[in-house]
Unconditional design. Structure first.
Ligand code: GLN
Length: 196
């Protein structure tokens, strides 16, 4: 069903392998994206978790910022954790120049350090149904503000953790570390297939 979709994962740094693995489990043959030409012909892109300061530097070093912003403005894009930070309008760290794709402002590492990482099951509103998701928060950011047009699909302790606007989906947590393919499937069905 998803085998005809061309989906890339930004593979400069961080947790890209797990996303590649989850996409393959859903019969997508994913592409590792490192150069701007790697974005050609893609229907969707995942920007994985990792370290947003490093990701920010590598995006410039690999000279992919312009093409990445252009792609993310129109095509399906899902940012997880550091990926969410990169897609945000604003972050509380002047070292990072975000891509400004989704109208959210975020605070980095807002749940504490690596040792404060945690696993949880949260409920997300996916197509009008409340669905459980297995998630991990790893030095996750918190979304402090968001625009009126943003959909909040899930919250954790009062803070939005899964949000979307048009072609863009962002999550402050990781699902790709778990066997649960729900959110990857949701991205393919509701974003990649729609904004092709
Ligand atoms: N703390 C990282 C950052 O601010 C994000 C962590 C993650 O992607 N799991 O870049």
């Amino acid at each position: 069903m998803f085998s005809r979709l061309n989906v890339g994962v930004l593979a400069l740094q961080g947790d890209f392998e797990r996303h590649l693995f989850r996409l393959s489990a859903l019969k997508v043959s994913p592409r590792e994206v490192r150069q701007k030409d790697d974005l050609s012909g893609l229907d969707g892109l995942i920007i994985p978790g990792g370290e947003s300061t490093t990701l920010n530097l590598l995006i410039d070093r690999f000279d992919i910022r312009g093409k990445l912003a252009e792609f993310s403005a129109h095509k399906a894009v899902w940012g997880t954790c550091a990926g969410l930070i990169m897609l945000a309008r604003q972050v509380n760290d002047p070292q990072i120049q975000t891509l400004g794709i989704i109208d959210i402002s975020v605070v980095r590492n807002a749940y504490g350090r690596q040792v404060h990482s945690f696993y949880s099951i949260i409920e997300a509103n996916l197509n009008g149904k409340m669905v459980p998701l297995e998630v991990s928060f790893i030095r996750a950011p918190i979304v402090k503000n968001y625009g009126n047009n943003i959909k909040v699909l899930a919250q954790y302790r009062g803070s939005p953790t899964l949000l979307s606007h048009q072609n863009c989906l962002v999550s402050s947590f990781h699902t790709e570390l778990h066997d649960d393919l729900t959110l990857t499937k949701y991205f393919l069905e509701n974003f990649v297939s729609v904004f092709k």
